[in-house]
Design a protein around this ligand. Sequence first.
Ligand code: AMP
Length: 393
Amino acid sequence: MLEIGTHNKPKGKKALLLGSGELGKEVAIELQRLGVQVVAVDKYENAPAMQVAHKSYVFSMLDSEKIRETIEKEKPDFIIPEVEAIATETLIELEKKGYNVIPTANATFLTMNREGIRRLAAEKLGIKTSPYRFASTKEEFYKAVEEIGIPCVVKPIMSSSGHGQSVIKSKDGIEKSWQIAQEGGRVGAGKVIVEGFVKFDYEITLLTVRHIGGTSFLQPVGHYQKDGDYQESWQPQPMNPETIKKAEDIAEKITTALGGRGIFGVEMFIQGNEVIFSEVSPRPHDTGMVTMISQDLSEFALHARAVLGLPIPNIAFHGPSASKAVVVEGESQDIVFSGLEEALNIPDTSMRIFAKPEVSGHRRMAVLLARGNSVEEARQKVQEMAKKIKIQI
Ligand code: AMP
């Protein structure tokens, strides 16, 4: 039986969020709705989740010492990673001491690095993926490209949101692709994965929630990416029942191997009736923001319930929906949104402004949400909203 007491009293429950972006902010809100105290951490001040948390700390989540010190001081009941780049060896250590890392410390360790999760899926679990090679030196890289063949996709093993990612379309592009990967990797130069280019019909995120009563799948989320970063997502992605079943089997296999409780975003490519696993996040997924309008319990609410060990007897779906990321380009610490009246005058729409304190380069600052009679209509609505929203930087 779960007991949720008063904050800072023996039965009070406390969650520590490692990562305080827009996804963490929604998780914080959902945990607070159930009476949980929330401590938010990120490397900069005023990050979105910090703005709604009870308490916050500013330090790099790759700083093992700071993570250990803060966790030992705060003694959270739940340690909830929101980003990939975390000192995961420290989480493994803390889990051994009895701390509850969501979903598991090993899951955060394996998914921080493209190599860990790819080898687990393809080599241990026998799940179909694109052909791949890893390379640490330029020489190995040229050999890998030759073996995989052109076109192929190159990604640093430690990166996300398309950083350092490129597609080699001809021999002339090999050298450039190596440079892009070396400059874009999260922790500086390093190892890359070379993947065969999958000419998929469409790609999905199959949000999968492991909870006290078992594993539940959400309606598949379709999405459109540009330069490795999500632009639009919609739900449900039309799929035939046989393909959905294949996708669910893969999601079940990989999430079972990672273990623990919480929501997972399982990314897959669909080509005809083939389902090809790409990667998995053991946490809410950006393309899953669409669930803030499509379902009664969003992916964030489901994550909170699963983490707390509360039941998820059903997931009510409200119908075809879409989301569109609002990405801002430039340099500013004073970002002004307008046109909200016109955008939100469209029926069955909503939006979230993340209130990130600054932009330097390009940054996702808000998300537009809509429901419609069909996915097409919902997508048209978010596109219409995007035309009406004005951003001054
Ligand atoms: P990732 O960072 O691995 O999620 O990749 C970002 C996006 O790049 C994916 O959502 C796809 O749209 C595209 N992509 C990644 N890997 C491949 C691949 N092997 N073949 C074709 N497209 C890919």
